[in-house]
Design a protein around this ligand. Structure first.
Ligand code: CMC
Length: 428
């Protein structure tokens, strides 16, 4: 903590407030006593200048395009690590030893099965239900099945529920897919890796032997790694806010899933591919660029722009490389990739995007890979939710373990009517 002070002149008084420093990144002005001292609140809709918590998990420098998990750059993790190892790192602060990783992977694997009765939940949904709707419902319902891990004051309960959430998410996601295509659910196969198992549960059928394609498994695992955590974004803040009231972790993660679904957040990967399909061929790009720049047109380039990154999203760089690897491994081509590359090129040379510092984000290329692997667009955000669960759980655990943790309770600038007397209906 620094001993710097910031001063604010408000209501005729000068208020000194401490300035706190983290290990890297912007300092923060600690305004916690502001209301008591001045009777005023700060006003920051959308939290563009607000740090909502201390956290030691993930660091983003949006101007430089840097993303670190526990200090390790995302590029290095994507290249050398695995989703299981990054999950361990996010939850436990340090990279695991070989033994620790083996034990962690075994623990997660042991929890992959779902209570059999949960299968009946799926049958309550319409066949054409969006899988994110199913995810919100089924994950929220886990708290009704796993009562033995919902005491959030008990660190052992928190650990078990965290492992359960990470382990069961692929099973839940694959079942949502199977339900939508009318195929039987495929049980987990604990001989396989976390990601290989997910692929088998999604694309395997009981009638045939399913072979995991190593290149696809690697690409999928990398996509999970790239989505594992991203600091205090909308869904993570939702998880923290829900958790701050003492709600159980399954309910909190269901809240995060609901928030992630929006097209400005996790839903952007589905929207980005739909947009590329709508654009179709490179000759139509300029028309869509013009629409994105038109203030009277609600159209935005999906997969472009970010609240924090004012530079190339480092995850998008890895995604672009991964597209090529998957295409080579599966021996496929997708003309939409050419459209995407050309769209990026045209947008980045346009002053509108340059001035506003709008670059491709993680969602711009991910849909092309997922589509090549065989996922329908409606599953894209589900995959994001699956991977982000570890980040949500790590952030939730960090918050609950903090002895000074308080319920999150923002205030407001009230703009409604002032006090007035009730008017009986016959006199209105
Ligand atoms: N296309 C065209 N214009 C854009 C875009 C875009 N994709 N993104 C931002 N702008 C413009 C926006 O109109 C605004 O212009 P002005 O200052 O003239 O009003 C300016 O850039 C700043 O945008 P903003 O909406 O105030 O910025 P924000 O930080 O509130 O929003 C965002 C960030 C990600 C919601 C936004 O860039 C966006 O809607 N992008 C498209 C959706 C998307 O790809 N989302 C995924 C984000 S990464 C994954 C994740 O977090 O889940």
């Amino acid at each position: 903590m620094s001993d710097n002070q910031a001063s604010l002149i408000a209501g005729g008084k000068t208020i000194d407030m401490p300035v706190n420093s983290g290990t890297i990144g912007p300092d923060v002005i600690d305004i916690r006593k502001l209301y008591a001292q001045t009777g005023m609140f700060t006003y920051d809709p959308g939290f563009t200048s607000t740090a909502s918590c201390d956290s030691a998990i993930t660091y983003i420098d949006g101007d430089e395009g840097v993303l670190l998990h526990r200090g390790y750059p995302i590029g290095q993790l994507a290249e050398h690590s695995s989703f299981m190892e990054v999950s361990y790192l996010l939850l436990n602060s340090e990279l695991p030893s070989e033994q620790e990783l083996a034990d962690f992977s075994r623990t997660i694997t042991r929890h992959t099965m779902l209570h059999e009765q949960l299968a009946t939940f799926y049958r309550g949904f319409r066949r054409d239900a969006h899988p994110m709707a199913i995810m919100c419902g089924v994950v929220g319902a886990l708290s009704a099945f796993y009562h033995d891990s919902t005491d959030i004051a008990d660190p052992v309960h928190r650990k078990i529920s965290s492992h359960r959430l990470i382990a069961k998410m692929p099973t839940i996601a694959a079942m949502a897919y199977k339900y939508s295509v009318g195929q039987p659910f495929v049980y987990p196969d604990n001989k396989l890796s976390y990601t290989g198992n997910f692929l088998k549960m999604t694309f395997g059928v009981p009638a045939e032997e399913y072979e995991v394609v190593p290149a696809v498994e690697k690409a999928m695992d990398r996509i999970f790694t790239l989505h594992a955590d991203h600091e205090q974004n909308a869904s993570t803040s939702t998880v923290r806010l829900a958790g701050s009231s003492g709600a159980n972790p399954f309910a909190c993660i269901a809240a995060g899933i609901a928030c992630l679904w929006g097209p400005a957040h996790g839903g952007a990967n589905e929207a980005a591919l739909n947009m590329l399909k709508e654009i179709g061929t490179p000759d139509k790009i300029q028309h869509y660029i013009d629409r994105a720049k038109d203030k009277n047109d609600p159209f935005r380039l999906m997969g472009f722009g970010h609240r924090v990154y004012k530079n190339y999203d480092p995850r998008a760089t890895v995604m672009q490389t991964t597209v090529r690897e998957v295409f080579a491994a599966l021996n496929v081509q997708d003309p939409l990739f050419e459209t995407a590359l050309r769209l990026e090129e045209i947008a980045l040379s346009d002053p509108y995007f340059a001035e506003k510092k709008l670059f491709p984000n993680v969602d711009f290329y991910s849909g092309i890979i997922l589509s090549a692997i065989g996922f329908p667009t409606t599953m894209f955000t589900v995959l994001f939710a699956l991977a982000r669960t570890v980040g949500w759980v790590a952030q939730w655990n960090e918050m609950i373990s903090d002895p000074g943790q308080k319920i999150g309770r923002p205030r407001q600038l009230y703009t409604g009517p002032t006090s007035r007397d009730y008017v009986p209906i016959e006199s209105r």
